[in-house]
Design a protein around this ligand. Structure first.
Ligand code: KE4
Length: 434
């Protein structure tokens, strides 16, 4: 499968933009080779600029739960565009989208729309610090919450270690109040609260992790997160940018039955256009400017085109919930990948919640970043390119979740499973069966 057009397009792009991309996740750094340039997409399929078709399991990293170019979403955006693209003044569409979010997510009584998941988490952290008057925030290794300076920290060596920057340009002062713990580590969380409890403004976490591959929280960890934050009067921020409207219409919190203090959203709430959101208890959101004094603003927040796409997407998910079908197709894919790797004799595990899942090239359950980072990424790269050659487009990193959309048909899943069986068989034969 030659991508001559992508090769030339990438050469041009690298002259113009750092790494030739506008987000590093797209650069194929985790699998080597060059990214594929997309011409258009429809339903479950991407079409590259050389005319190759791929069954898409990235879905723009989550937003495209209905599939690409859904007629209702396209029509809503076209209609909105004809009426003007941005006014810098309030519109009823913003209230419509806010109402859909509030009705869907039990813990959200008031919400503020922003333009990305990063803006949502950055603002939620500022609000938590403003509301509590405290400085320290807790995050977990392998959880990604966008490129928020104070969250770009290396994993601390122990519960007592406050963060050090893991990116140039992030100052020690920015990360000195960030504590990085291991996901699913209840004892570590307890020690952190013992040591820093009165200074902790918030704990932010992914309720189903997508950003170290798919990792599921234990019930004990969820109980500790809720119990310890309440006991120490810290806020629990549930980052549902990826899981919101993905694993259930009400997000992971509705699936697992807990109510965080603040929730961040993105991806699906914009239906592929730039929308992020943060919301929660009215008494907390009351502190956001101009009602309160925690500053946050944005020229294009609640943009008419983005809200139109978000409204059309959420209405469709509410009125014709695809979750039973997504569960069936995703289970078919997960079992097929698991079976293919088992038949090939390749050490692996599969983790899944709803229509987000990961095939890990490691021989044990992935419970946190220390396990996930031990996965065989070289083998993952061979698997990735083998599937590309056979027309299935997986996330270009072992440390990402794949997504199934409502547009994926049983025959698409079967084709991908067949391709995986061939690729994994070749990998195994080449490696002498281990
Ligand atoms: P954005 O700023 O990229 O809209 O959202 C940041 C973000 C926040 N929280 C969670 C749980 C997220 O998964 C993300 C973004 N996810 C990545 C993919 N794992 C976006 C892909 C990219 O960076 O290009």
């Amino acid at each position: 499968m030659k991508s001559e057009g992508s090769h030339a397009a990438f050469a041009r792009a690298r002259q113009l933009m750092p790494g030739g991309v506008n987000s590093p996740a797209r650069a194929f750094g985790g699998v080597g080779g060059e990214p594929i340039f997309i011409d258009h997409a429809e339903g479950a399929y991407l079409f590259d600029i050389d005319g190759q078709r791929y069954i898409d399991y990235v879905g723009s990293w989550g937003p495209m739960i209905l599939g690409h170019a859904h007629p209702e979403v396209i029509a809503a955006v076209e209609k909105a565009a004809a009426r003007g693209t941005s006014f810098g003044a309030p519109t009823e569409a913003e209230s419509e989208l806010a109402e859909l979010i509030i009705e869907a997510v039990p813990s959200v009584e008031k919400v503020r729309l922003v333009n990305s998941g990063t803006e949502a988490t950055m603002s939620a952290l500022r609000l938590a610090r403003g509301f509590t008057g405290r400085d320290v925030v807790v995050k977990f290794a392998g959880n990604y919450h966008g490129h928020v300076d104070s969250l770009l920290v290396a994993a601390g060596s122990s519960a007592a270690t406050l963060g050090v920057p893991n990116s140039p340009g992030v100052t020690a002062g920015t990360t000195k109040d960030t504590l990085v713990l291991q996901y699913n580590d209840v004892a570590g969380l307890e020690r952190a609260f013992d040591e820093h409890g009165k200074r902790i403004a918030a704990v932010i976490f992914e309720p189903v992790v997508g950003n170290m591959g798919c990792v599921v929280p234990t019930q004990a960890f969820l109980d500790a997160l809720n119990g310890l934050t309440k006991r120490h009067k810290a806020l629990l921020i549930c980052d549902e940018v990826m899981t919101g409207f993905r694993v259930a219409y009400g997000g992971a919190q509705s699936l697992f039955g807990f109510e965080p203090d603040l929730t961040t959203l993105g991806k699906i709430v914009g239906g592929g256009l730039p929308v992020g959101a943060y919301g929660g208890r009215a008494e907390i959101m009351h502190h956001v400017l101009p009602e309160g004094d925690v500053f946050q603003a944005g020229t294009l927040s609640g943009n008419p085109l983005a809200t139109a796409a978000g409204i059309a997407t959420l209405r469709r998910l509410r009125d014709e919930p695809p979750y039973a079908t997504l569960e069936e197709r995703s289970r078919q894919l997960a079992e097929g990948l698991d079976d293919a790797a088992t038949r090939a004799g390749i050490p692996h595990t599969v983790a899944r919640v709803g229509s987000m899942l990961t095939l890990f090239f490691i021989d044990r359950a992935v419970v946190d970043w220390t396990v996930s980072e031990s996965s065989d990424t070289a083998r993952f790269a061979k698997y990735f390119w083998g599937l590309i050659e056979r027309g299935s487009y997986m996330p270009c990193s072992q440390f990402e979740a794949l997504f199934v959309s409502a547009a994926h048909r049983p025959e698409d899943i079967a084709a991908t499973v067949q391709a995986a069986a061939e690729v994994l068989g070749e990998i195994s034969a080449h490696a002498g069966g281990n």
